[in-house]
Write a protein that binds this ligand. Structure first.
Ligand SMILES: NC(=O)c1ccc[n+]([C@@H]2O[C@H](COP(=O)([O-])OP(=O)(O)OC[C@H]3O[C@@H](n4cnc5c(N)ncnc54)[C@H](OP(=O)(O)O)[C@@H]3O)[C@@H](O)[C@H]2O)c1
Length: 246
């Protein structure tokens, strides 16, 4: 059961996982209000009719993220759930690198910016909203390939490095939040391979039972968030609520 006090913010709101999270918050968890933030001007058609959804467009530049943070501060009384679902793996010209020869400095910077720096700028933008005594669960979509311990296969240089960097940035933020917003809990979440545009070109070899729907992942993510307790640390958890080695 949710209350008027519980307000959710979903960043990367038009993405496969982001839009499924919004649907679950409104339909299953019956949130009265969810603020979706996206680079897109309008919500996807299946979300546009949801009465509790407010849509905020932000181009993702540092100055626009700062301005959005000010708007959130003035419009949202209290945040209880924040889900940062943005990220990239490929675009029309670039994919994950298989060898050193494929490294491209500009693309590496693009991936690091989108997957590590931008999520932290969002955390910076909402930090002032994280009241000392109020519970707020903050999940950021990471990936198991960001685990240095787990890296036995190699490849995917930029994406792996961006998620490892994201994890370190979040770990550092968790230390700070333990002091200034002890009711907050940070989670770096691995969704498993999920059927979205991000994984689409890489799904051919994924067994059917290992390719999750975005709806399934959204319900697992919200369940993981509900079970999390503020303890001043960053949790690195998969869709099954199992911890991942760093
Ligand atoms: N799908 C998987 O198998 C899988 C596995 C492990 C981890 N993840 C992680 O889960 C998260 C969500 O991915 P998804 O599967 O839902 O992918 P998706 O459908 O491609 O959604 C990703 C969203 O990120 C935002 N985005 C795209 N490019 C961006 C950029 N350059 N800068 C900032 N934001 C950008 C866009 O949202 P807006 O247009 O609304 O801004 C986009 O819709 C990502 O962080 C991804 O790394 C996914």
């Amino acid at each position: 059961m949710t209350t008027d006090q519980q307000q959710a913010l979903v960043i990367g709101a038009s993405g496969g996982i982001g839009s499924a999270v919004i649907r679950h918050l409104l339909e299953e968890q019956q949130f009265h209000s969810v603020l979706g933030i996206s680079r897109a001007a309008t919500a996807p058609p299946d979300l546009a009719q949801q009465p509790g959804l407010r849509w905020l467009t932000c181009d993702g530049s540092p100055s626009a993220i700062k301005a959005s943070g000010e708007q959130i501060a003035s419009e949202v009384p209290q945040l209880s759930h924040v889900v940062i679902c943005s990220g990239i793996l490929h675009d029309t010209e670039h994919g994950p690198e298989k060898s050193l020869e494929q490294l491209d400095a500009d693309w590496m910077q693009t991936v690091l910016q989108a997957n590590a720096i931008t999520p932290l700028l969002w955390l910076q933008a909402i930090a002032g909203k994280l009241a000392r005594k109020q519970d707020c669960r903050i999940a950021v979509l990471s990936a198991r390939v960001g685990s240095i311990t787990d890296n036995q296969l190699g490849g995917w240089y930029s994406y792996r490095a961006s998620k490892a960097a994201l994890n370190m940035l979040l770990k550092t933020a968790a230390v700070e939040l333990a002091r200034r917003a002890p009711g907050s809990k940070l989670i770096a979440f691995h969704p498993g391979t999920t059927d979205t545009p991000l994984s689409q070109p890489f799904q051919a070899r994924v067994p059917a039972d290992k390719l999750f729907s975005a709806d399934f992942v959204a319900s697992r993510l919200l369940s993981v968030m509900d079970q999390a307790r503020a303890d001043g640390t960053l949790a690195y958890l998969d869709w099954d609520n199992k911890p991942i080695d760093w």
